[in-house]
Ligand binder design. Structure first.
Ligand code: GUN
Ligand code: ZN
Length: 444
């Protein structure tokens, strides 16, 4: 094996299919003893140890993980890195929370030094949580996106990000203009999109903070640069929905505003989508527009309970991924976020299968970002992103899992009592980027 080869061994899960389409038991592939070989950034081999090991050179080092479960690297498809310093602040509803805590904190990102320091902490936290791909909101300042991309480039993580476009209804010093937002986004796309594992997302923050001219510019940017994503917020809070109706009286509803400005389609992903009508869901489905489900954020701001069943149980399902939405979200752990999604589903009266929760945190989120050919699964040819979960991370987890046989039950317990403490090692782009207890890998 070459020096760029990494091989790990242990129990593992991967995807055969979508558990919202086929029964979860058929969708999930569980290997009690698997070997994953990653070379030059990609997965070269994945299969049962007894089949793979004889094909490896005798001297090939294979790191063996006991009492563990290897899963695809987590994908957080909606998160705000500049809000890491205000996680847990307030507990007010969305619009008040934005005014009192979020906008003041985002003002500081005009300073690239501050932005770089927060970006470094954020990226370290992603690795520590086993998140290997994230779609990230920066602030309105181009420097905030520049800082994140510059810090992310050497990490090996797959990061899609964009500077916020926001030219109205925002405090002084925290706005751009349609032209300036267009020009700065263009320059960032030229500089960073497609460089290594980095990608650009055109980011109109939400339609209430962009003029019609800026929404038109956002659509133009997205269409002029194929392969970029488009991310925003949609129908999160009842006051916000009423405000958007007042701002755009000519549009039928919230989704109608996105539609009018050409902001729907494959490659568009909008956060929340809680207070949607059937008409709006149908329009998202037929345009293949994705939703980011952010359960801990929705709890924290009291925004409402996302109706996952309504998004999924339809002729054309809506692509949905799971996301933390930090700083309104209360954790960067996708494991904890899976547990929160299960609680929302219970309150909705449509329990979420634990295998479906894992899908939403991996392959489902990858699909929502149109990255399913690259990440979200352990399959030959995909990028080498994997997380080793410690099934004895806490005394309670160890004790509880002694009573568990089936993989479904294991995933249910893990997502109920597990969190970042369960992450033993994170591999991104085929390399270990974080190993618990090892300073060298943590340093980066
Ligand atoms: N809507 C507009 N901006 C934001 C934000 O920063 N967080 C959340 N949760 N919703 C938003
Ligand atoms: Zn958000």
């Amino acid at each position: 094996m070459s020096s760029m080869t990494t091989a790990i061994r242990g129990a593992a899960v991967a995807w055969r299919d979508d558990p919202f389409v086929v029964p979860p038991g058929e969708a999930l592939r569980f290997e009690r003893d698997a070997v994953l070989v990653m070379r030059d950034g990609h997965i070269e081999v994945f299969g049962p140890a007894d089949a793979v090991l004889p094909r490896l050179p005798q001297e090939a080092p294979v790191t063996r993980y006991e009492r563990s479960l290897i899963v695809p690297g987590f994908v957080d498809c909606h998160v705000h890195y500049p809000q890491l310093p205000i996680i847990g602040a307030g507990g007010h509803p969305l619009l008040e929370w934005l005014d009192r805590y979020t906008f003041p904190a985002e003002q500081a990102f005009a300073d690239e030094g501050h932005a770089r320091a927060v970006a470094r902490s954020f990226l370290r936290e992603l690795m520590r949580n086993g998140t290997t791909t994230a779609a990230v909101f920066c602030t309105v300042h181009a420097a905030s996106a520049e800082a994140l991309f510059a810090e992310a480039a050497p990490t090996g993580l797959r990061i899609v990000a964009g500077k916020c476009l926001m030219d109205r209804n925002v405090p002084d010093g925290l706005g751009d203009t349609a032209q300036r937002g267009y020009d700065e986004s263009n320059a960032l796309i030229d500089r960073w999109h497609g460089r290594g594992r980095l990608g650009y997302a055109v980011t109109p923050r939400f339609v209430a903070s962009s003029s019609p001219a800026q929404l038109e510019a956002a659509s133009a940017l997205w269409r002029e640069h194929p392969g970029t994503l488009l991310q925003s917020h949609l129908s999160e809070n009842v006051e916000e929905v009423a405000w958007v109706r007042r701002l755009f009286p000519e549009c039928a509803d919230y989704v109608g505003v996105f539609d009018r400005f050409g902001l729907l389609g494959r490659g568009a992903i909008h956060g929340h989508g809680i207070h949607l009508s059937e008409r709006e869901r149908e329009r998202l489905a037929e345009t293949a527009t994705a939703l980011a489900h952010c359960p801990t954020s929705n709890f924290f701001l009291g925004s409402g309970l996302f109706d996952l069943a309504a998004a999924k149980r339809r002729r054309i399902p809506i692509p949905v991924g799971l996301a933390t939405d930090v700083g309104a979200g209360t954790t960067l752990s996708m494991i904890a976020t899976m547990g929160a999604a299960a609680r929302v589903a219970q309150l909705r009266g449509n329990p979420l299968h634990p295998v479906q929760a894992l899908w939403l945190a991996t392959a489902g989120a990858a699909r929502a970002l149109t990255l399913e050919d690259r990440v979200g699964n352990l399959a030959v040819g995909l990028e080498g992103d994997a997380v080793v979960l410690d099934l004895a991370a806490t005394p309670l987890l160890e004790e509880r899992l002694r009573r568990v046989e089936a993989i479904d039950d294991l995933l249910a317990v893990l997502s109920t009592v597990g969190d970042d403490r369960c992450v033993r090692a994170t591999y991104a782009g085929g390399m270990p980027v974080w190993v618990r207890g090892e300073r060298a890998a943590e340093a980066q």
